[in-house]
Structures are given as structure tokens and as C-alpha cells.
Design a protein around this ligand. Sequence first.
Ligand code: MOS
Length: 698
Amino acid sequence: MSAVGSLAIGTPTDRVEGREKVTGAARYAFEQLPGDHAYAWLVQSEIASGEILSLDASPALAQEGVVAVAWAGNAPRVAEVDDRELSVLQSRTISYRGQIVAVVVAESLETAREAAAHVRIDYEVRDHEVVLDEHDPAIYDPGTVNAGYPSESVQGDVARALARADAAVDVTYRTPAFHNNAMEPHATVALWDGDDLTLYDSNQGASTVRDTLAQVFELEPEQVRVISPHVGGGFGSKGTPRPHVVVAALAARMTGRPVKLAITRQQMFAFTGYRTPTIQRLRLGASGDGQLTAIVHEALQQSSRLREFTEQTAVATRMMYAAPNRRTAHRLARLDVPTPSWMRAPGEAPGMYALESALDELAVELAIDPVELRIRNEPPLDPERGIPFSSRGLVACLRLGAERFGWAERDPTPGVRREGDWLVGTGVAASTYPAYRSPATATARAEGDGSFVVRIAASDIGTGGRTTLTLIAADALDQPAARVTVEIGDSALPRAGLAGGSMGTASWGTAVTLACRALVERIEALGGHVPADGLEAHADSSDEVRATDQGYSRHAYGAQFAEVRVDAVTGEARVSRLLGIFAAGRIINPTTARSQFLGGMTMGLSMALLEESVMDREFGDYLNHDLAGYHVASHADVGELEADWIEELDDHLNPMGSKGIGEIGIVGTAAAIGNAVFHATGRRVRELPLRLDRLLAT
Ligand code: MOS
């Protein structure tokens, strides 16, 4: 399939729904007022492991305005699905602290909340294990990891190569649990009409939520409608429905009332997912001239008792650099903790932190410039799969970034630049993220008045997806963007996959392009005439996606450069400059693309210096469960921040020639910052975040 012509694509364009958002006209899930609605408040487990012996709802039900209390003892049964977190209010067994054990429904939010405090629960308490520990005898090989990759990969003989290497590093990096903190916490409004369920829900894909809820309630997908026109961020945590969505629907079914349920910020630290903590051992061997001879990347991570969720932490290491001997492996410990889930660049973000930090350590060992070391190990083919890259712009990003950043003047000696109390250093790391695509369907319609409407159950989680699709449709129709309206965010629209895996635009854009081209053909067949009642075309991209997504290794790349300042007295680290140069195929909308890159980089800065979910070993939950205790980078934490990209034409992707950009910005940022901290101080901290106590202790 040839690339679409480009008039709208590439034009910096403000969000088409920007005015609606800044005037407050855009309605988010919890703002829906269906009428006669009641409010739900969740009761959470106060133990990490055990059984509910009894639950006494009567003191809660005695409160004026309380409609119902549901728990495992009285809630309707639902079907078990793969994600056992969704079997909520079905069992008396407690799998983690903070798990939903009951829901109170009342006439007002305040009443529901007050009554929830009066639900009395007696537990049988079991011992819990909540801290990831490499000596845990129950650690196992999960066989496969997320996105369907095998948990292990082996090429050559790493032991032999490491023994013969001129230079080697053997280092272990640790990353903590991280929690997604989208601006809009999860929320659902559930309404039943007979056996038909409607959900106003904050999610990353209305079709996915519809299909999952249909399974849980044993309905046909057509009996469930999920409406999600605006979503205030997700980062992965809204990729699949979390248990509260099921609770809202259960509560609405039990009470016969529409039910509104909003998750609090604190609750987001319990049951909406998080990035698993990792312990990663990296062993690298190289010849004296800096050719990698061996790469070993072993990752240990956690999941819950409910579900085997294994992040693909070491998978990027399978294709990043040339080396004849390579081993990657993932291991899992199942603990009495909530199930981890997706968080921006799941796998690549923690995995590339470890790989790119270890590579910097090797560069120091070899006394080779870290930019040069990466360039020397550029693979001609995907080293594991032996197939060509569709395009690979890493070296171009490193070179352009080095030039813009002023890397050539860098003195590699660590710990020698000082401005007052501030030690100054610079660091570099590579970024990557796969260019995935999933099938989707779309319709394109020409109206008699010369306007066009494109419909697809795509999702705009704040990234600008609606705008991007407008530009893609405009070019495929060969029409000005102002004549095109794109309708998204409703499962009643043609089925589409998630805003996730950085594949939204590539996936939806393929279906939108096919639908628009089919419409153009229909119009041409009528001699260019659109009937007064309009003309429509439908497309399904399944065949197109299946046919072309083979034979090439498809990834976006980037190079991140950081300058940090570390206070020699207090250990405080600040990032004074951050530059990311990316190679991500054709950039559809430079305005929102730049925001995506900058947002990812800022989240990477936050991961490097601030964010950390601290497990309370005694009680078994994450104790810093609010934005006062869990620090997310704010404007004051960000110094000079710049993102740019190289022109990249890649015909092996999709009709637009685009790669995803939502996640790559976070990848490599923490390593670039950690490497800069080493350059500033001479201290190698191998655990995130780079807290001042760690910087002073090393
Ligand atoms: Mo993203 S973590 O694939 O929503």
C-alpha cells in the first residue's frame, strides 16, 4: 500500500477539541448525570492476605440515604475472565491489601463514603509476602512475557564470551514500583436498561472495555455500550477495565439505578495497576576496540496471586546492539500484592534504563566515548531475528543529538566540573520502542453539503489522537482538514483497538485511510457526485495489517542527552538540560508529537529523580499513596527541555509511514540522567530514583 499524499499530515495543528476542553464543554466520564443516579464508594481490604469471615453491613445500611451494600456474600455472580482482578465481589479470599471487598451505594457521594466507614469486616489473617527478593525460592520462569514474547532467548555461548572479553561489566540495577497518575483518575457511570448495559467510562479503548464487560456479564458485545469521548490520560492504567468498572455495573444491576463511581487518587495506588519493581542483572563483554561480544540481561519482577503479569523488560535487549553471544531472561515472583499493569513503555522503560546504564559503565571501562560505543555496535540486521530493520535511525539520532548538545567538548573525566556547590555532568542513552499495529474498522461518509465524517472507536486519551486522525483522513480524502470531522470514543462506532503500545495512530490511521480511499472510489464511480443523502464506505484493516506486518523488524529510536547538577553537600540532583532526538517515521502532527515526546521525557525525568512507590512490609501496601508522598515531576523540576526528530521515510509500516511516539520519550531518559549523575559525581547509583541519600551514601 503506497503512502498517502501529504497536505494536512505534517502541518502543525492544534487539537480539534481544544476549545471544548478549555471552556469545560468537553464532558468526562464522571461528569455524566444520567438522572436518578446513585453514588458508589468502595470498601477496601485492610489485610494483605486471608479470608473474610464475616461482613456486617447493617450499621452502614442504617445510615439515611444508603441504598445498598454489596460484597461477596450477596453480589450477583459474574463470569471469570483471564484477568481475575475482574472477579470482584465474588470471593471472600483476600489477595492484597486495598483490594475491593465491598461497595456502598447511596443517594450522595458523601453518604456513601460515610457509610463505607461503618461496614464491619472480620478477617482471618494470613502472613503475607509483599517485597520482591532475589532469594525467594518461589521465583519461577513464566515461559512467556507480555506481548507474547518468550521469557528467554539465547544465542551463542555467553559464558565463554564473557570469560574471554577484554572488558566486562557485571552490574545489578533496581527499579521500584511506579504508579500511573493520570490527571483524571479512573471513573465509571453505569446504567442498565433491561439486559443492556451502558458505561460512561474513562479508558484507552471503548471496544476493549465493551468486549471485556460483555464477557464478565455474559452478554453479547452489542448489549454493552461504552462511551468515552474525552479521557484525561491513562499511560496504560486504563488499557483494560480495572475492577471498579465491574463494581459499578454490579452495583447498578443490584440497585436498579444508574451508579456513578469515581476512583480516588489514593485508590489508584491499590487496584488500577502499577509498573512492577525490577531487579536486573546486566553482564556485558567487549573487545578492546569496543565491539560487544556478549550481552546478558536477566530481569526479576513481581506479580500478584491473582494473575501472571510479566513485563517484557529484557526484550528490547534482543535487538538493540550487535553481539554474537546473547542471553535474556525474565523471572517472576508471585506476591500478596496488587497485579502490576502497564505504564508508559512497559518493558522498555525499566529495561533500557538498565541496559543503557550498563553500557555507560562499559564505555568507562573501555575509555571509549559512550556515543561512539553505541555507534560501533550498530547491528546491520535485527540480531535475534536475522531480518532487516524497516528503518533504524539510532545512529542519526546520536549524531544529531551530540552535535546539538555540544557533546564534542565533553571531558569524560567524572567529578571534575564544579559551579559553587553544584557538580555538573552530562550523559547519553538510547531510546527505542516497537512500531506495532493492530486491526481496526472505520467508516468514511461524504455528506451532500461537501463535508465528511469519519467514524472509528478510537480513543483520544489527551495525546491528540482525534486531531491526528483528522489530518490522516483529510489527506486520504484529498480534502482540507476543516471539512473533515472524526467521531471517536464510543463502542457503538466501528470496532478499534486500544490507545496503547504506541500503536493507536498506526492502527486506526490504517483503517481510516482504507475507508477514506474506498469512499473516494465510490464518489469517483458516481462521476464525482455525492448524492444529497450522502455516501458511505466501510473498511476493515485486518487483511492489510496481516499482509504487511511481516519480514521487517520495526522500531522507533531516539537518543537522549542530559545535563545534571548534583549538590556536593546535600546530594540533591537537578536536571538542567534534556535533549531528545527521535527517529519515529513520518510525524503526523508536529504540535502534538512534540508534546508527546516532551511528556515522555518529563515522565522519564520523574522516574529518574522522584517517583517511587514504597512498599510497607508490615501492612503490605504502598504507603506513599498520594501526590504528597509520591512525587511526580512538576514544572519546577524541569529545566531546559527540548525534543526534535529526524526526517524518516519508511515504506514498511502503514499508509502514513508513521511509527508510534507515545512511549519512546520515556525510554532512555532515566539512564541518560543516571549516566550524567555519574559523570558529575563519579558515583554510580544503580537504583532508582536517584535520591539524595543514595547519592551521598555511594
Ligand atoms: Mo501504554 S503503557 O501501552 O498504554
